[in-house]
Design a protein around this ligand. Structure first.
Ligand code: MOS
Length: 726
């Protein structure tokens, strides 16, 4: 099904099942331990050996020698895989560094060996017997030191430069100006389930049970890395314990499990142990961002400039932190730039809302500072500079933009009018303040396919390689199929995460919910047509409800169309160029109240509110869970999350969950989430967008702004730990 004009009325608009706050249909399987995660395929794993990964102990250089003889002789050891004995290896298009290093070492904890043994303990013990001698080479590990050498990136998700009008001239002439620099740290995804894979060869055919957000990307990248045809590779990943972008791209566990299984001639399972994850896998790169805003005294922005510096390994790309500044506020003269430094730290890549998360951390603090300089309320300042068209492409309107409504409703619900001047509210030892920020994230779409199968008993099975990374894909896909086919949700079976199923959008960039359900809608609309035709009913007038097909004065149970057999159809939603004529984005307003301990500088978040405008909400309960999870991640970004760089040796020091701090339940107060009633006909037949990343973008700045309101202290360096306040 091609989607290139705004969606008209369709079966989804009935909203009998879609739009209902259903519990997760996969919930009981998860809480009873019957949902099978990558490391838990015990039927295959009964024959499986265990692989333990050895990570490089230097950041840059080469192996002088690697002696595996003691490891090979250790009890239970079956094979030891290194670059020297693995045979030729390719590299995935989206991998910057090799997933099995040696003799060159490109970053700290790059995998250099896999020890395969009968038990996990034997593999781990033998891994400790691998003797490595390194030749260390000097590396570049400090973003601050490398910024003077930063260049315009060759590879970038968004154009590195954009300029409208005369930014420098307008900024110099502006009545009120701000010129400030903000820093955000390296961050680790810290998902609960580590990367894990079980690989099994059957002749030249490889099956990998793994934890992947993007099944088809993994399949092709695995094939490319191993030098085999993608048709020979099956990737299975039905349940995923979180990803946040860390599982978008092929990682070492899958490649090494495949190599280990080939060497051991039996299935091999590999989990990356937690201390390996921050340096072996990807992370969100640190940024330094300079923001300049010029405005007239009435608060109208006349000039807005945003420059961002980040670093990556040679061949990598920049953190696209200026993305939102090109779209969020009006302003005649504009400039934004991405600059990239070369660093020999582990590979940087996408983490939940890449670009906008750190970009909004800076921009929305700058907007708060600018409102102060103008003597304006920060909500009013944002309303004053709203735009209904892409400010850099005036011919391109937003498909739907209820940003002002988010701000107004949020302010009213939160009691924003009660906010007091900075540093003026004290309750015992606590300094109390309120802050707010905009939320913004684009709503991209991706081609997405699905297969729909109708049985004679009237049940429908949906198969697609879409993934559920904890987001609720199973449930919203079941709701979509139920609504389209006129069935109760219990009559739908959803099977996900298998490369034997049609290729979907996968889970990333908050495109998954809208794109994948639209693909299921396309398959179900095709199924309706086949069903009506089989029943000799007019497909153009047939209505599907209560498990029956109604047309031409007749009413027939759906299953009759399948008789004793099945009807199987497959289709995909393919998006035309609609998103080039309209800017499709999601908006929010975030409000936060904090209390800061006047003696210790400890910040406690007291209340949080998000008002979101994100198209049709397919399941308010799942969407709310996405947003409160994202808001929680925002608390982490504001107050505690930071990978600490050892800039002498080139690695992230705090590589476990005791020293890389994320919020716990006790850190999180009441979280209130409101969705505006929307349906965006330009986004897809589902009229939905996405909320999973919107819920994060802006939250850290709202907290930073609340801390400033509480204390009068402006901290431009995240995370805002207590040492920066005292
Ligand atoms: Mo998201 S960083 O695209 O999983």
């Amino acid at each position: 099904m091609k989607f290139d004009t705004p969606a008209g009325a369709n079966p989804i608009d009935r909203m009998r099942v879609v739009g209902q706050p259903l519990d997760r249909i996969d919930g009981p399987r998860k809480v009873t331990g019957t949902a099978t995660y990558a490391y838990e395929w015990h039927d295959v794993a009964e024959r499986a050996a265990y692989g333990h990964v050895v990570g490089a102990g230097i950041a840059k250089g080469r192996l002088a020698s690697i002696d595996i003889s003691a490891a090979e002789r250790a009890p239970g050891v079956i094979a030891v895989v290194t670059a020297a004995n693995a045979g030729p290896l390719g590299k995935g298009k989206k991998n910057t560094a090799s997933l099995l290093g040696g003799p060159q070492i490109e970053h700290y904890h790059q995998a250099i060996a896999l020890v395969v043994a009968e038990t996990f303990e034997q593999a781990r013990a033998a891994a400790g017997l691998v003797r490595v001698a390194y030749v260390r080479e000097p590396g570049r590990y400090s973003l601050t030191r490398e910024i003077p050498h930063a260049v315009t990136p060759q590879e970038s998700e968004i154009p590195p430069d954009s300029e409208v009008g005369d930014f420098e001239g307008a900024f110099a002439a502006a009545e009120v100006t701000l010129d400030a620099t903000y820093t955000t740290p390296d961050q680790s995804h810290s998902m609960m389930e580590p990367m894990a894979s079980l690989a099994d060869w059957d002749g030249d055919r490889l099956t990998v049970w793994t934890s992947s957000q993007m099944i088809d990307w993994w399949r092709s990248e695995l094939a490319r890395t191993l030098g085999i045809h993608a048709d020979k590779v099956r990737v299975v990943s039905p349940y995923i314990g979180g990803g946040f972008g860390a599982k978008l791209f092929l990682r070492a566990d899958a490649v090494l499990a495949a190599l280990g299984a080939r060497a051991a001639k039996r299935p091999v399972k590999v989990a990356l142990h937690r201390p390996l994850i921050p340096n072996n896998t990807t992370h969100r790169p640190a940024t330094e961002q300079r923001i300049r805003i010029g405005a007239s005294r009435d608060g109208t922005i006349t000039a807005i400039g945003h420059e961002s510096w980040s670093g990556d390994l040679p061949g990598g790309g920049p953190e696209p932190a200026v993305q939102q500044t090109r779209l969020l506020y009006a302003g005649e003269h504009r400039m934004s730039r991405l600059r990239l430094a070369t660093l020999d730290l582990p590979e940087g890549n996408a983490m939940r809302a890449p670009g906008e998360t750190p970009g909004m951390m800076a921009l929305e603090m700058a907007m708060d500072e600018m409102a102060d300089r103008l003597g304006m309320d920060p909500v009013e300042f944002r309303i004053r500079n709203d735009t209904q068209v892409d400010p850099e492409q005036p011919g391109c309107p937003f498909s739907q933009r209820q940003f002002v409504e988010c701000l107004r409703q949020g302010a009213a619900r939160f009691g924003w009018a009660r906010r007091k001047p900075h540093g003026s509210v004290r309750e015992g030892r606590w300094l109390v303040g309120m802050g707010m920020a905009a939320g913004f994230r684009n709503a991209p779409v991706m081609k997405s396919g699905a297969r729909a199968r109708l049985d004679g008993d009237g049940r429908v099975t949906i198969e697609t390689d879409m993934t559920d990374i904890g987001t609720g894909s199973y449930t919203i896909i079941a709701q979509t199929a139920a609504e389209t086919m006129g069935l109760p949700v219990e009559a739908i079976e959803v099977r996900l995460g298998d490369s034997d199923f049609p290729v979907s959008a996968g889970s990333g960039g908050q495109w998954g919910a809208n794109s994948a359900t639209a693909g299921v809608y396309a398959a179900c609309m095709k199924l309706r047509e086949v069903v009506a035709t089989r029943l000799e009913l007019d497909p153009s007038t047939a209505e599907f409800f209560d498990g029956r097909v109604h047309a031409d004065g007749r009413s027939v149970p759906l299953g009759e169309a399948a008789g004793d057999g099945q009807i199987v159809v497959q289709d995909a939603i393919e998006f035309g160029d609609l998103d080039e004529r309209k800017q499709i984005s999601t908006f929010a307003a975030h409000f936060v109240e904090v209390a800061v301990d006047a003696l210790t500088g400890e910040t406690r978040v007291r209340r949080m509110l998000a008002v979101c405008a994100a198209g049709r909400i397919l399941n308010p309960k799942q969407a709310r869970s996405q947003v409160i999870g994202a808001m929680t991640m925002g608390v982490g970004a504001a107050l505690c999350e930071e990978l600490v760089v050892d800039d002498g040796r080139g690695f992230f020091v705090n590589h476990d969950l005791t020293s890389y701090e994320v919020p716990v339940h006790a850190d999180i107060p009441e979280q209130d989430v409101v969705f505006l009633d929307e349906a965006d006909a330009d986004s897809s037949p589902m009229k939905a967008k996405g909320v999973g990343e919107l819920g994060l973008c802006g939250v850290p700045a709202a907290i930073a702004n609340a801390i400033h309101n509480a204390t009068g202290i402006r901290v431009r360096d995240y995370p805002i730990t207590l040492d920066k306040l005292i």
